[in-house]
Design a protein around this ligand. Structure first.
Ligand SMILES: [Cu+2]
Length: 166
């Protein structure tokens, strides 16, 4: 129990560090404006920000107020750079955040605690109702990952998809 708590708080401290960097990035790129190309490509356990010229495939994703992604299962080959294009068919904001199941669950918990939290990273897209979004991501790590909408209540309602990199 004690070690579990220590693990959790270390994880949250790590996330807060990431989020405060994200908050800064958000100032430079408010919602609705086109994201500037990531200056720094930073390796994540689930891959790295993709370069436009490396895109091998486009995968369209629909987001709905039924708290679902269509499709909710995506398979990619190791090394592929995917352009995800999003269409939000709902009447509320949705987002797609790529990560490990652990990172997403932890981030979702933070979103519930701090609902006003705003952040932006190359592995996420925030999509206005009726709007569109895009993520270009290189899957250079094999594994079973997830993509999720971390808006409070949405993740908890099952707005999560599987991403298999083999
Ligand atoms: Cu959502």
């Amino acid at each position: 129990m004690k070690s579990r708590r220590r693990f959790l708080s270390a994880g949250i401290a790590g996330s807060l560090l990431v989020l405060s960097r994200g908050a800064y990035a958000h100032v430079a790129a408010p919602h609705g404006e086109k994201k500037p190309a990531p200056v720094e490509r930073e390796q994540q356990p689930w891959g790295i920000a993709g370069e436009e010229k490396a895109v091998t495939r486009t995968i369209p994703i629909v987001m709905t107020d039924a708290m679902r992604f269509i499709p909710d299962r995506i398979e990619v080959r190791l090394g592929e750079t995917i352009r995800f294009t999003h269409r939000n068919e709902g009447k509320v904001m949705h987002e797609m955040v790529i990560g490990t199941p652990e990172a997403l669950a932890e981030h979702a918990e933070l979103m519930v605690k701090f609902p006003g939290m705003e952040h932006d990273e190359p592995w996420m897209a925030h999509v206005e109702p009726g709007g569109s979004g895009e993520i270009v991501w290189t899957f250079n790590r094999a594994g079973t990952f997830e993509f999720a909408c971390l808006i409070p209540g949405h993740f908890q309602a099952g707005m999560v998809g599987r991403l298999i990199v083999s």
